[in-house]
Ligand binder design. Structure first.
Ligand SMILES: O=C(O)CCC(=O)C(=O)O
Length: 337
């Protein structure tokens, strides 16, 4: 079955004023109508370099996770060259590699695997589509990596992704430790609840080509992440929006910052103390937006539920305990959890 790539539709639509109807969102989703304009949301920006003030960093991270479910971190210890290389090789894969070669690592329909190059992920209401192509592949731990889904071109793709993965581990551990301590737990307990070293780091590249009608289309539709935490590198084109207090706001682009999303599994394990964030993406008329989220996901068999120490008579469990794979099945099929 041939899948129509958004990149191909975008290059055909370049000189047009319209887009195919399946990309036109309903009025309650259209960004032109539903965005609070003129306000760029300053989600908390946390400087991780201040080692003299660990307690304060921890406090800021936990407050952001409680109030917003999203924050940006700067001076996170991943050198700019490492993220620039990650971005360069990803951009080259989408823009310089011939389409036939990209299709060689396409997701196989019906395979049940999320990995590979692809276009449409979720079953959307009314058959609507997002203005975005993507590539998914696991980057950590080494035992779960399927290199057949990693581009062979550009040749430095593998090295750039492996370097980034190794650097990301430290940032992820720091996030888990802070979130754990913020609940009065031992530093290791939150990561342990997620399966510890069995956590899977799933890389996604989103490729949002220019769109003639950015007022009508969306890139990624509104959702919360199923993961524990998502750590995202964006390019410089604005596009991420967050839903807060009844409105959609643009999230400010900060060079070299990492954007941290609290996902559903942290909300569940914290028994609702931390919030997973509702977000979506818009697209741009002239420019290509790209982003590199890494979803930190429990292994499929990992059971996740409110951490027992957080539960007592005054705080009964607000969520069921279930295997991650069952949670994913219900969410993707829009079934009650
Ligand atoms: O591109 C972004 O900034 C967000 C992407 C996203 O939410 C997703 O891929 O699930």
């Amino acid at each position: 079955m041939e899948v129509e790539r958004v990149q191909a539709i975008a290059s055909l639509s370049k000189c047009m004023e319209t887009i195919p109807s399946e990309y036109i969102r309903s009025e309650n989703e259209q960004p032109a109508i539903t965005t609070l304009h003129g306000v760029v949301l300053e989600v908390p920006v946390i400087d991780l370099s201040d080692s003299s003030d660990e307690g304060n960093i921890e406090g800021l991270i936990c407050e952001a996770a409680r109030e917003w479910g999203i924050f940006q971190v700067v001076n996170h210890g991943i050198p700019d060259e490492v993220t620039s290389k990650l971005q360069k090789v990803g951009k080259e894969f989408f823009e310089l590699v011939p389409q036939e070669e990209k299709e060689l690592i396409a997701k196989l329909p019906g395979s049940g695997s999320i990995e590979g190059y692809g276009t449409r992920l979720q079953k959307e209401v009314e058959g609507k589509k997002g203005w975005v192509d993507h590539l998914f592949h696991k980057i950590w731990p080494p035992s779960v990596i399927n290199y057949q889904f990693w581009p062979k071109n550009p040749p430095s793709y593998r090295e750039a992704n492996e370097d980034y993965a190794k650097r990301l581990l430290g940032v992820a551990d720091k996030m888990f430790e802070c979130l754990s301590k913020g609940l009065g737990l031992e530093p290791h307990e939150m990561k342990e609840a997620m399966g510890d070293e069995k956590l899977i780091y799933l890389m996604k590249i989103n490729y949002y080509p220019p769109c003639p009608r950015p007022d009508l289309a969306l890139g990624v539709v509104a959702h919360t992440d199923m993961s524990a935490i998502t750590i995202l590198v964006p390019n410089e084109v604005q596009g991420l929006q967050v839903f807060k207090d009844g409105y959609w706001y643009d999230v400010k682009y900060i060079p070299n910052a990492l954007i941290v999303h609290i996902g559903d599994q942290i909300e569940i394990s914290s028994n609702g103390k931390y919030k997973s964030v509702l977000h979506r993406t818009t697209v741009n008329k002239e420019k290509t937006r790209m982003s590199w989220p890494v979803f930190l996901e429990p292994a499929p068999e990992q059971e996740i539920g409110p951490i027992p120490k957080l539960i007592n008579e005054e705080n009964p469990p607000k969520f069921k305990t279930k295997k991650y794979k069952d949670y994913v099945y219900c969410k993707l099929n829009k079934l009650p959890q």
